[in-house]
Design a protein around this ligand. Structure first.
Ligand SMILES: Nc1nc2c(ncn2[C@@H]2O[C@H](COP(=O)(O)OP(=O)(O)O)[C@@H](O)[C@H]2O)c(=O)[nH]1
Ligand SMILES: [Mg+2]
Length: 269
């Protein structure tokens, strides 16, 4: 049986956390476990998470970060802890369950199919699917997504969906090994890191990654992301533009140097 660990970053989620939905999906999938990361919450999130863990202690873990460090760092720390274990697949999922947990089984079967290393949830409005997003968030999201695609030079439709899964492979240690430069747009930086690292091995990211159009996605009330955060996001894209460009050229000169010297240790992206 293949095992999966899903990292759930939680910041002040006491009101939105729905323990029954997590317990239900654990019953349905015996290979699944959750690692909740409490990101320095100031409400009773930690107590709720401990109560949830106590009802299924073998398959629910809680990582408690004392200080609030932002979603990027909470996910990063969670993934690094999750991959220490023996899981075949690892992923992260927003605590508000905007993407229903039932989609985990769909992501797993895509990874089971072979040849796929990463599955990204994608919010595409298609007939027969239920993607309920506020119009203004949809349009701003599309502008961000188009910029992300241009920045990465990759035809990716939705980098910002909070549901992603990976095959547990050594590359994850490198991708998540060092803190991200940005917070709200860390998914873009993460993909950029994969691209740089796979450039070295000559792997084709475009063929081993799949964007999975979700059956259901809903904007859940209580998001803590406001207009200020969108402005921060725009600023982060500028940071990323320069950071990724510098990392790429550092990497290319490293490759040339290592070809000559025979040194094959990989620098962090
Ligand atoms: N807003 C916020 N969310 C965080 C933070 N750290 C972890 N998260 C988690 O990130 C996920 C997405 O947050 P949410 O407010 O729903 O953002 P949105 O869905 O993009 O509007 C949730 O699981 C949060 O609990 C943080 O510092 N701030
Ligand atoms: Mg949300």
């Amino acid at each position: 049986m293949k095992t999966t660990t899903i990292v759930v970053p939680c910041y002040n989620e006491a009101e939105r956390l729905n323990p029954d939905r997590f317990l239900k999906v654990l019953q349905e999938d015996p290979g699944l476990s959750f690692l909740f990361v409490n990101d320095g919450s100031r409400d009773t999130t930690l107590q709720s998470l401990h109560a949830l863990r106590d009802s299924e202690p073998a398959r629910i873990n809680v990582l408690d970060l004392e200080r609030n460090s932002g979603k990027a760092e909470a996910v990063r720390r969670g993934i690094l802890k999750a991959i220490e274990g023996p899981c075949a697949y690892v992923g992260y999922w927003d605590a508000d369950l905007a993407t229903p947990l039932e989609a985990i089984a769909e992501f797993c079967s895509i990874l089971d199919g072979g040849g796929v290393d990463v599955v990204l949830g994608s919010r595409v409005c298609l007939l027969g699917r239920s993607i309920e997003r506020k119009a203004w968030r949809h349009y701003i999201g599309r502008v961000f997504a188009t910029c992300a695609s241009l920045l990465l030079q990759l035809k990716v439709y939705d980098t910002q969906c909070g549901a992603k899964m990976f095959k547990n492979a050594p590359i994850l240690r490198q991708v998540f090994g060092t803190p991200f430069k940005v917070n709200w747009t860390f998914d873009v930086e993460m993909i950029g890191r994969f691209l740089l690292l796979q450039h070295r091995t000559g792997e084709e990211l475009a063929t081993s990654w799949v964007e999975h159009p979700l059956r259901e996605w809903a904007d859940i009330k209580g998001s803590k992301i406001g207009v200020k955060d969108y402005l921060k996001g725009a600023f982060e894209y500028c940071t990323l533009f320069f950071h990724l460009r510098a990392a790429r050229s550092r990497y290319l000169s490293y490759l040339t140097a290592s070809e000559h010297s025979g040194n094959h240790t990989t620098p962090s992206p």
